[in-house]
Write a protein that binds this ligand. Structure first.
Ligand code: 5GP
Length: 394
């Protein structure tokens, strides 16, 4: 195929460059073609074997982390983590099965993902479905070795914002007990962050409504607020007052930051707001002056390796800004973002980090422990979770 392209570029019939290439790669004629095909097949097989070996090693490592049960997840969106069988079942009941299968098969950049979320929202469209999905997401994280989980979700008019919050909290309680548990029993402790969606919450009063719900439901497991949704719509100015109010009421704040290019002014404003955590920061790290601001701020960054690679925000795992922030000693934590959308899990993210950046099991465990410093839950829950992580064995 490569040769074909070169020949085409060299002109019909092949120029000198093309003929030289042909000779180098096995000569012209039928024999040459056969030889080239054999070589290509051998190369493809070798590539597949090395991919398989990598995947096997990653799967073994992920299984070891899951067994170790030391995961801490601080950035996962409920509907993006829906269990696939459940989604297909809900979709079938709503005549949307085909669309779901197509969505799963499709390749996607960040903006295309927002179309996929619309489909998930069309399936998880009532309180019962949402309660079930929330419970299952907690169960799946627990099974994958998470000891502490902060799940975020956007209250939606479609269900009624307050009913939405009630349904999510019921699902949380179904899985983890009252208020999402406290980790004292060694089981998963989980909490909820309410998200303001830049597209849905398109005026200040809608954002404020979500913040008021977060304040109202603090005693039942809501610990923070987040700004998410399509990064190409909405303005920070619209949301500042709401996030200031949340902070004044003791809620944690997290902002999706630097997911797309040409948003320097907004990124600067986000950092200046001094939220408790920032999500992603892909483009922040690529701009010298923003990077300086970020490092000086010491704001912990929630990093989502697979999400950034699959949405093509990062060229590959090795190019991910995890390495840059880690070597600068900046506070970071590993997160999944959306386990269903990106077909990943927390243990897989840890395995990828270990494999790509050469981290030992102890270093990975330290990252988990460190992540608890940035968690929004109460201190006693943190102490319980830290003790559970300490006592966990692989
Ligand atoms: P939900 O809030 O419905 O539980 O979870 C899905 C929603 O989370 C999406 O509609 C979107 O608003 C938000 N979301 C999920 N992943 C991302 C992401 O990578 N970036 C941003 N900005 N928002 C996301």
């Amino acid at each position: 195929e490569e040769v074909g392209r070169d020949v085409g570029a060299g002109g019909v019939g092949g120029g000198v460059r093309a003929r030289r290439l042909m000779a180098n790669r096995g000569g012209g004629g039928a024999r040459g073609r056969r030889r080239r095909r054999r070589r290509a097949r051998r190369r493809a097989t070798a590539r597949m074997r090395s991919d398989d070996a990598k995947n096997d090693a990653r799967a073994r490592r992920a299984a070891a982390f899951a067994r170790a049960r030391c995961g801490v997840e601080l950035h996962a969106h409920v509907n993006g983590c829906v269990r696939e069988d459940t989604l297909l079942e809900l979709a079938a009941a709503r005549g949307l099965e085909r669309e779901c299968e197509r969505a799963l098969a499709s390749d996607r950049d960040l903006l295309a993902c927002f179309e996929i979320f619309k489909l998930v929202h069309a399936c998880v469209d009532d309180a019962a479905a949402l309660r079930r999905v929330t419970r299952e997401v907690c169960e799946d994280f627990a099974r994958d070795g998470a000891r502490y989980l902060e799940l975020r979700t956007t209250p939606k008019e479609q269900i009624g914002k307050e009913r939405y919050v009630e349904a999510v909290l019921s699902g949380l309680e179904d899985a983890c007990g009252r208020c999402g548990g406290d980790g004292a029993d060694g089981e998963l402790a989980a909490r909820i962050i309410l998200s303001v969606d830049r597209a849905r919450d398109d005026d200040a009063s809608k954002a404020m409504e979500t913040i008021d719900l977060a304040i109202k439901y603090k005693e039942r497991g809501v610990v923070g607020v987040d700004l998410s949704g399509s990064p190409v719509v909405g303005h920070w100015d619209r949301y500042v007052a709401a996030f200031e109010k949340a902070r004044a009421h003791g809620l944690g704040t997290s902002l999706h930051n630097g997911e797309v290019a040409n948003t320097e002014a907004e990124q600067r404003a986000f950092i200046a707001f001094r939220p408790d955590r920032l999500g992603h920061c892909v483009y922040t790290v690529r701009d010298e002056s923003l990077l300086r601001d970020l490092l000086a701020s010491k704001i912990p960054v929630e990093l989502c390796l697979t999400s950034n690679v699959k949405t093509r925000s990062c060229a590959g795992f090795a190019e991910h800004h995890f390495a840059k922030l880690r070597s600068a000693g900046h506070p970071i934590c590993l997160c999944t973002d959306d386990t269903w959308v990106f077909q990943t899990s927390l243990s897989r993210e840890y395995a990828i980090a270990a494999e790509t950046f050469g981290l030992t099991d102890d270093e990975i465990r330290d990252m988990s422990t460190r992540a608890m410093d940035f968690a929004f839950c109460d201190e006693d829950v943190k102490l319980n979770v830290l003790a559970n992580i300490r006592n966990s064995t692989s």
